[in-house]
Design a protein around this ligand. Structure first.
Ligand SMILES: Nc1ncnc2c1ncn2[C@@H]1O[C@H](COP(=O)(O)OP(=O)(O)OP(=O)(O)O)[C@@H](O)[C@H]1O
Length: 325
């Protein structure tokens, strides 16, 4: 069993007939931001609740910074910062009062709790809202308060459920930089999300959950290696003509397209590079050539389907490319 950070071994939890978590093993090491990736209902929140000592597993072993949250929940809570997907309770308390009260619940002396609240208000950019009651905050502002609350007792481990949801682009960049800094200080960070484009930019590594089961590292590596769709955008080109020209350049009939470009599946990056050379060699003015999905999204699609799944079509496939004219 690996030590340090978060370690789960064959963890299981059912609710009556619903097997929310069937068999999950994972390791989130200190100093890294680890993503917990899975479709809706795959058991992410149930697992996070067990890791954070708020729900008992039916079977399996959990260690968080070396502590067993089942045997020693209070000790575990002392090292864990938990941010649920929705900020619960205390709507009438202000942002400042929420943080001071949380600090007091973690046994911080009054002055320390007040000082900690002020530094977290600055860290999470909540100064203008410090005296506002929590109930008037927007979803994104509540997310920031939720993260501040999770950090009150300077935890070594952070468990974050959908932390980026509701954040505008600037706040997402801020979150990414903050989480990187917290990880660089040696903290263990586990973040769940099903919005993979958000997670992609935040995490060092990812653990995948499918139908309550963790996916082995070998299977994830194999899925990540498999082919994917690439999107080609031709400079000033008209889409239908570009699609035909690219199909001819590649000698293929399975080339499709959408409003954002022409879509071609390649089995590997090497094949994609050779395909790009063939397209450029045929005199086609390529303005963009990139994978049509992010790495995490592609891996998850592959794990679920067992095949290269076609990407989401941006708009109807037989567009005349009005935007290009
Ligand atoms: N308290 C509960 N009682 C009964 N069923 C539950 C309970 N909590 C979760 N479940 C069920 O367990 C399964 C896993 O739910 P969970 O919330 O852990 O998934 P998730 O991966 O976090 O989903 P999402 O991405 O939608 O938040 C779902 O089928 C859910 O309906």
């Amino acid at each position: 069993m690996p030590s340090g950070g978060i370690v789960a071994t064959h963890v299981r939890r059912s609710f009556g007939d619903v097997h929310a978590v069937r068999d999950v093993s994972l390791h989130a090491p200190p100093g890294k931001v680890t993503g917990l990736v899975g479709p809706n209902g795959s058991g992410k929140t149930t697992l996070l609740l067990m890791l954070s000592s708020l729900l008992a597993p039916d079977a399996g072993e959990i260690r968080v910074a070396g502590i067993d949250p089942v045997a020693e929940p209070q000790r575990a809570r002392g090292v864990i910062g938990w941010m649920p997907d929705a900020l619960g309770a205390w709507g009438s308390l202000t942002v400042r009062e929420t943080l001071v009260t949380t600090g007091r619940l973690y046994d911080l002396p009054r002055d320390d709790a007040a000082a900690r609240a002020e530094s977290l208000i600055d860290l999470l950019d909540l100064r203008a809202l410090a005296a506002s009651p929590a109930r008037v905050l927007s979803r994104g502002q509540k997310q920031r308060l939720g993260l501040a609350r999770a950090l009150v007792h300077d935890p070594r481990v952070l468990l974050l459920d959908e932390p980026a949801s509701g954040l505008d682009p600037e706040s997402r960049v801020h979150l990414r930089l903050l989480l990187r800094r917290l990880a660089d200080e040696g903290r263990t960070i586990l973040i769940s999300s099903h919005i993979l484009s958000e997670l992609e930019e935040l995490v060092d590594d990812a653990a995948f959950l499918i139908a309550g089961e963790s996916v082995s590292a070998d299977r994830v590596a194999a899925s990540a290696q498999r082919g994917r769709y690439w999107r080609v955008r031709v400079a000033g080109g008209e889409m239908v003509a570009a699609q035909g020209a690219i199909a001819a350049a590649l000698g293929r009939t399975d080339v499709t397209g959408d409003r954002a470009g022409v879509l071609v599946a390649f089995a590997s990056e090497t094949d994609a590079a050779a395909g790009l050379a063939a397209i450029v060699g045929a005199g086609i003015a390529v303005a963009e050539f990139a994978p049509s999905t992010g790495r995490l999204e592609q891996t998850l699609l592959d794990l679920r389907e067992g095949t290269v799944a076609p990407p989401a079509i941006v708009e109807d496939t037989q567009t005349t490319g009005e935007g290009d004219r």
